[in-house]
Design a protein around this ligand. Sequence first.
Ligand code: ATP
Ligand code: MG
Length: 381
Amino acid sequence: MQNLLLVRYGEIFLKGLNRPYFIRALVRKIRYALRGMGADVHVHDGRILVRGIEDMETCIDRVTRVFGVHSVTPAVEMPKEDFDAVCAQAVEMARGLKGTFKVNARRSDKRYPMNSPAINEEVGYRILQANPELKVDVHHPDHLINIEIRDMAYLYAQVIPAVGGMPVGTNGNATLLLSGGIDSPVAGWMIAKRGVQINAVHFHSYPYTSDRAKEKVLDLARKLSFSCCGIKVHVVPFTEIQMQIHEKCPEEYTTLIMRRYMMRIAERIAKQTESEALITGESIGQVASQTMTALGTTDAVAGMPVFRPLIGFDKSEIVEIARKIGTLEISEQPFEDCCTVFTPRHPATHPKMEKILEGESRLEEEELIQRALEGTEVIRV
Ligand code: ATP
Ligand code: MG
């Protein structure tokens, strides 16, 4: 007899030829999540099984956070020939349960001497004898005791929902503009959930933003790293660009011009890292630089799709996800971001493109970008 974990994935992605590719990718990601735990992950009889688990609770916690896993089930695997032992195990699983139950047997080994209704009846009878507090309800049971007769017998009672999504890497790469705020880590997490490998860019304005502010961003990336299967963070020195914008451009346009520079540089890094899109944590109207007109002016410099998965979210909804994925407490640490260092008193909410272009014409764009790229530090977390 052995305790194991059955892993379920979303069937919707599994049509046709993608199936083996998807399953292999998912197995690799589950192995990555369980590294150091001594567990064995493999495909058996068309399902992903995890065997050799010493700490089931930690294993469940980790596997349910792997993108592509839709639910997990702790199960017992045992020889099917000894039917009394199978019954005893089912009785054990039903010990302490209250309310109603149903036995749900499935026999894929058609040579097995008992058919499914016979198994249901016999096991149900023995459970009732051992636990008279339970009642049978075949339509809406509180508890479902599952018995699968395959090459072995598999028994399980609990289905634990997992994060869903698709395995990281099965949908290409994208580059996340990662600040120290609440929004951008959530935005990255949401796109990674769709199977996209994330690469991060952070703009750092030392000494206006401290080393501790940079550490905070790396902590956020480390937090995301488990779900995202490792992240490379590109820390771009942004002080010179910000100073120049501050000195030479109209004040109400400084934030937008700065954001356009962020986009330009992020796009260069995206191309170097084979990313196909940029990701930001913006949502409509959240701040002046996120009105639709303002978003249009930052989009205008990007030569690739810009994904803003939080575009229609309220802050409270974003906070809820941040809490769930564990980034909130890091984001809430009070360190300055380069966006907040040189905030204009009256940022333009309906910016005019001519004014932006006129302001930008006073800057040595290519030189500034080149120097920022040359000074970029790459940190793998
Ligand atoms: P967040 O909580 O993500 O910081 P925010 O509400 O503070 O968002 P802004 O400061 O306007 O919004 O930034 C909008 C988006 O621009 C961020 O979600 C992020 O994607 C990107 N961004 C802002 N500052 C930086 C930075 N220093 N480095 C990298 N990206 C940044
Ligand atoms: Mg921010």
